[in-house]
Design a protein. Structure first.
Ligand code: FDA
Ligand code: NAP
Length: 441
């Protein structure tokens, strides 16, 4: 895409994952249905092409939400960017229905996202990492005010500046390694799994281990057990066993659009109750079918007397000692506080989760305008706009990193169709025009 040098965009989107793709759709559908001036937008993505957690696109891994929680349907059920429209365009709608499954594979959902994204190539620039945002000295005031966004071309290294009245930060989750543990060619985080695994000779992988008891850990353990029939596969679990992800109907309501209001306008006690009772809908939990499949395999091996799938429960990694191709893992088990166990592996995968999005470093000096709560987190308005000092009229919208204000859906797909519609509405309304993007149709 060619961004226009002197144009001041209404909004620049930073990152082009599902959240900002959904925003691009909401803005387009607004344009199709409103008489006012179109909202001008440009998006920048550091990857070379669209990709949604590509390194975890494991065969048979399924979505953890219904296909109806796609980029648009909850906001606009007749959107041409719905998953159903994609199925129709792919001539698979009938067979999808015959398959009777609410949860497509992640690979199929990825194809859907790519299909939707292919309509926005004039608005998104790839190989483009946003490195900073600033308020220039001559930025003006009120609705004229603009921000300067620095964009680095990841191929050439060249940096250019783009101007906008608003930004939508949507840079996604940040991989989390345990303190003191570093990644390299033998020690991986789950977010880089398929890329790093693909560089190995499978014959060389005789002993592999996976750390963690969440969905990523369970899926990778299963994958390694499938792909390396000659290898010993160890799962290092901090818990006694995998716990099930609660996706039963009552609990699932915590992901409803109305739950965002209940969370946002609720008291501290309300918000605390969401986390206390419903963290197990998403964090450190695994889908029922994956748990049962792993247990079944383990039991079959016991029956056959050929055990190569091992579960080390209540165990944490204390240290990783690396030398050339050798990796020694020092383990601490809560079952035997005194003993220290060591294990040699050819590859070690830390499926130890992610930190939520934090816009602080991207905002740099601009962050001085952003108000924070007593725990140091950004204050965020209901329309996902950071609360700022009066000196800043430009809007900083967050798609992610709002768990403390908007609840559990902050980092998930469940509510992106509604959230992006709300952001699009907010942009138009704050321009002084009446708008209702939400209805879309
Ligand atoms: P996402 O991380 O997808 O995209 C952010 C984009 O910003 C990336 O493409 C990144 O390259 C780019 N970027 C980052 N910094 C940048 C910068 N400075 N400049 C330019 N670009 C930058 N949720 C759910 O509801 N159902 C599910 O089934 C799943 N499944 C799932 C599987 C796996 C393996 C993971 C790790 C997570 C999930 N999730 C999930 C949760 C996940 O957060 C969600 O699916 C989306 O990825 C959220 O979309 P975003 O666009 O917000 O972030
Ligand atoms: P997660 O749910 O946060 O799980 C991380 C696991 O690592 C937990 O068991 C955690 O234990 C453990 N851990 C963290 N630090 C550790 C340490 N120092 N030592 C040992 N163990 C440690 O992360 P995830 O499994 O990557 O899931 C992240 C998100 O992606 C979730 O929303 C999930 O649903 C999603 N996901 C979806 C799919 C799919 O759609 N098919 C696939 C994978 C992931 P504690 O509980 O003790 O912290």
């Amino acid at each position: 895409m060619g961004t226009r040098e002197h144009e001041i965009y209404d909004i620049v989107g930073i990152g082009f994952g599902p959240s900002n793709l959904s925003l691009a759709i909401a803005l387009e559908e607004h344009q199709n249905n409103a008489s006012g001036r179109p909202v001008t937008a440009a998006f920048f993505e550091r990857q070379a092409a669209f990709g949604w957690h590509r390194n975890m696109l494991l065969p048979q891994a399924t979505m953890q939400i219904s296909f109806l929680k796609d980029l648009a349907t909850f906001r606009n059920p007749v959107s041409r960017y719905s998953f159903v429209s994609y199925l129709h365009a792919s001539d698979r709608l009938v067979q999808f229905v015959n398959n009777q499954d609410f949860f497509p594979t992640r690979q199929e959902f990825h194809q859907y996202l790519e299909w939707a994204e292919s309509n926005f190539s004039d608005r998104v620039t790839y190989n483009s990492e946003v490195t900073g945002i600033r308020l220039p000295e001559n930025a003006g005031t009120g609705s004229e005010q603009y921000l300067e966004i620095s964009v680095r071309d990841t191929a050439s290294g060249a940096t250019r500046v783009v101007r906008a009245h608003n930004v939508a930060v949507s840079t996604g989750l940040v991989p989390r390694m345990p303190e003191g543990m570093d990644r390299d060619e033998r020690v991986w985080h789950s977010s880089e799994f398929l890329a790093k695994y693909g560089r190995m000779d499978p014959a060389e992988l005789q002993n592999v281990a996976v750390v963690g008891a969440g969905q990523s850990a369970a899926e990778i353990t299963k994958y390694l057990h499938d792909m390396l029939p000659h290898a010993q596969v160890s799962a290092i679990l901090p818990s006694y066993g995998y716990s099930v992800a609660d996706d039963t109907p009552f609990a699932n309501q915590v992901f409803d659009p109305t739950a965002v209001d209940h969370y946002y306008f609720g008291s501290e006690t309300t918000r605390d109750a969401f986390w206390r009772y419903h963290k197990n809908t998403n964090y450190s939990v695994v889908d029922d079918d994956v748990i049962r499949e792993l247990f079944r395999r383990s039991y079959e091996e016991e029956v056959a007397g050929e055990k190569r799938l091992h579960f080390l429960n209540l165990t944490r990694v204390k240290e990783v000692k690396r030398s050339g191709n050798d990796t020694r893992v020092v383990l601490h088990s809560l079952l035997d506080d005194e003993a220290q166990q060591e294990m040699d592996v050819d590859a070690l995968v830390f499926a130890t989760g992610y930190q939520g999005m934090d816009a602080t470093s991207l905002l740099g000096d601009l962050d001085r305008f952003c108000l924070r709560d007593k725990e140091g987190r950004h204050q965020v308005e209901r329309d996902y706009r950071v609360v700022t000092e009066p000196g800043l009229s430009c809007g900083i919208y967050l798609q992610g990193g709002t768990e403390h204000t908007h609840g559990l859906t902050s980092s998930l797909l469940s509510n992106i169709a509604i959230r992006s519609g709300e952001i699009a509405d907010s942009l138009v309304e704050r321009r002084g025009e009446p708008a209702r993007v939400g209805s879309g149709a």
